[in-house]
Design a protein around this ligand. Sequence first.
Ligand SMILES: Cc1cc2nc3c(=O)[nH]c(=O)nc-3n(C[C@H](O)[C@H](O)[C@H](O)COP(=O)(O)OP(=O)(O)OC[C@H]3O[C@@H](n4cnc5c(N)ncnc54)[C@H](O)[C@@H]3O)c2cc1C
Ligand code: FES
Length: 251
Amino acid sequence: MKYDVKLCEIVRRAVIAEDTYDYTVSAPELAVVAEPGQFAHIYVPGKTLRRPISICDIDKAAGTLRFVFQVRGAGTADLAKFEVGDHFDILAPLGHGFSVEPDKKALFVGGGIGVPPLLGAAKHYGENATVAIGFRNKDYVILEEDFKAAGCDTRVATDDGSYGHHGLVIDLIRDVKPDIICACGPMVMLRAVANFAKENGIRCEISLEERMACGIGACLGCAVELNGEEGTYMGHVCKDGPVFAAERVVL
Ligand SMILES: Cc1cc2nc3c(=O)[nH]c(=O)nc-3n(C[C@H](O)[C@H](O)[C@H](O)COP(=O)(O)OP(=O)(O)OC[C@H]3O[C@@H](n4cnc5c(N)ncnc54)[C@H](O)[C@@H]3O)c2cc1C
Ligand code: FES
């Protein structure tokens, strides 16, 4: 197992959208082994359970990891109070990430706070990637400029039409003919993307979110129903995922 616990100094902090925080931490030992789509379990002082947050980006040369999260409850609210110079206590890198085959054409589809785990993988594809990301409204749009800076054809949708395409992110992908699709976001979006991939014979990987405790496959806390050769069985999002081949998951 390549994961480890490290105290990582926060070297950059920004508020990038409504309730949404962007942290870069110095973590040379973790950055060297981390892969796009994996996640970290971050300790919140005073709380028993760590909080799972995706690795948004990895800079192996600088030895840093980037995390983008939204405040959802007490744990993420406490994490959002950390300042530059403070340290995150991080267990990482955990789980399986996205396949990265930069010579192929990739389509990345993200919804809301499901967008951050896509950035690291999309950067490997650059101009070979189309990125379709959807948000509630313009106040929640994140990482558009990061995808564009990486050279990706970047398309944005909002539910209320206050920015980009007025409608669903799935509306933005019908003309794209990729070799692989990588998606993360609400289950309804993942189902639509998986169906689109199946109808068009495109390989598809989806990143799932489930409530977690241990984060390393030891507590059975993050069960997910998977398709096996002899019917379905229960797997773990933390250990078997969070990224799965779409056809493996009972959606
Ligand atoms: C693999 C993975 C990657 C994630 N990546 C990101 C990310 O990059 N950015 C981001 O903003 N959020 C991400 N999340 C969701 C994030 O973990 C939750 O929003 C966070 O744990 C909520 O904690 P809280 O204390 O603020 O909320 P509370 O609701 O008070 O949390 C109570 C408990 O429930 C758990 N919990 C609550 N909601 C979730 C959830 N949606 N998923 C998992 N556990 C939950 C908490 O960890 C905690 O143990 C990810 C979740 C998973 C499983
Ligand atoms: S969180 Fe414990 S098994 Fe997945």
